[in-house]
Write a protein that binds this ligand. Sequence first.
Ligand code: 13P
Ligand code: SF4
Length: 345
Amino acid sequence: MRDTETFYLSPEDLYQRLKHIRIGGTVCHYSLKKCEELVVLINEINLLKQQKNAVILAHSYVSPEINYGVSDFTGDSLFLSCKAMRTQARIIVFAAVRFMGETAKILNPSKTVLIPAKSAGCSLADSITETQVRTLRKEFPDHTFVCYVNTSLAVKAECDVCVTSANVYEVVANIPNDKIYFLPDRYMGENLREEMHKRGFDKDIQFFNGRCHVHENFSPEMVFKVRTEYPHAKVLSHPECTPRVCRSSDFVGSTSQMLAYMQESKSEEFLMLTECGLAARLEAEYPGKRVVGSCALCEYMKSNTLEDILRVLKEPRITDEVVINEDLRLRALRCIEKMFEYSGN
Ligand code: 13P
Ligand code: SF4
């Protein structure tokens, strides 16, 4: 989003960045007065960030005051992983959830990675254990095990190739095996099966039964209702949504791909079937465009606060830091490196 150079952010500057955000009702409604309060913390964080040589990476789903106040880079998990891998900063503060902080540590182990989230889980990452993967591998010995990046370090270490929502189709298409076991997201697995078929690949795709509790709740009925009310609206969904929802959408992609689609689109109205943070980004960055219908909140992503970012920078507790076993790291790294190999990055 911007580089690590520290500058003083005035309440007016912050207000200009946030004033168009309407999504989330009063929680995410920014007045100049609210911005006056927020900049006190924001400027303290930005100063400390420079003094400690830290970079703040934030997922699009976290609160707007983080993304537009203190984040150096905001985006999807692939973009943030690449930023984590290449940063020169000594400390990475990862405002997102645990598996993203772990991925940063796997890719750049000499850095101190700090997680400010109070509750850094993820319903997908928490849906499968490494023991379950080992059992499945015995059941499907000829399959290439592909894991979504939303998995723990230990699960990645048991798998062959990692993917993110931004590159899943491309990576799986390039894997030189027609037998694929995809985990943990059932819906992404079903969407993957359909997409591979559409692209003319004859792959046997098996998948696990994990689900994201945020995305599984969107329904085709919601899409139908919005299309009736706003016939010109474009419907965008994340591949963690059900296949029925994805089929009824105009575009399916990662959070960054959804933003890019909106930017290019001539349409002015969008239904965003994903976490509300992305809808807030649309409102903040493209004031001529409008979000219609509803989005959903991920309580894990939203458990990141400015107060906790300041705390981890000032006086990190042992539990804030990502510490990983080197053997597991190297095995998980191989799985992530395969992703870069098959996606051509
Ligand atoms: P993205 O990689 O698209 O940012 O998705 C991460 C995620 O957790 C979606 O729920
Ligand atoms: Fe995990 Fe779902 Fe939250 Fe994404 S939205 S971090 S998949 S629980």
